[in-house]
Design a protein around this ligand. Sequence first.
Ligand code: ZN
Length: 190
Amino acid sequence: MAIRKVARMGHPVLREKTRQITEAEMGSPWLNRLIEDMLHTMHEYGGIGIAAPQVHEPLKLALIEFDEDSDRYPDMGEQGLMVLINPVVTALTEQTQGFWEGCLSIPEIRGFVERPSKIRVDYTDESGASQSIEAEGFLATVFQHELDHLDGTLFLDRVKTEPQKTLIAFTDEFQKYGPPETPDAVPASI
Ligand code: ZN
C-alpha cells in the first residue's frame, strides 16, 4: 500500500477524459492495489470520497466512506466503504438541495453547490458484481461530487452564483463565521 499525492486544481489530469475499467481488469492485482492506495490516500488527507483522477489515474473509479463522528463532517450520517467502478448517475428528481462542499483537490475552500436531492447510481463493485443504489440527502451529493470528477468536473464549476456574489469561502473563515448568507445550507466537506 502507498499513499499517493493528490492532484490539485490546475493539474490537467483533473480535466482529462477518464476511461472505463475493462472486465479483464476487474479483480486484477493492479486494480486492487490502486483501490487500496486510494483508500489510504483518502484517509491520510481526511477525505470522505476520492476519485481516480485525483491520484493521477484517469479511470472511472471512485471510493466513498465516511462515519458519524468525523470532526470535519459532523452530523452527516455514515456510509461504509463503497468502491464504484464505471459508475453512472441518474437523477431521480428535479428537486435540488444545497451543501457547502469541499474537495481534496481544492484545499481550504468551500463552495455552495445545489444538486438533485435524489439519485440512482449503477456501478460495478470490486468483486465485479453489478450494483444499483439509490441515495438521498448528503450521500446523494457525495456521489455526484465524486462522479463529477470522472467527467473532469470540479465542484467550483457548479458553485451557485448570484448577482455580485459567488458563494465561495475559505474553510477557516467558514468555520469561524458560518456559511455566508445561506442559513439553510449544511456545511459539508468532501
Ligand atoms: Zn472532489
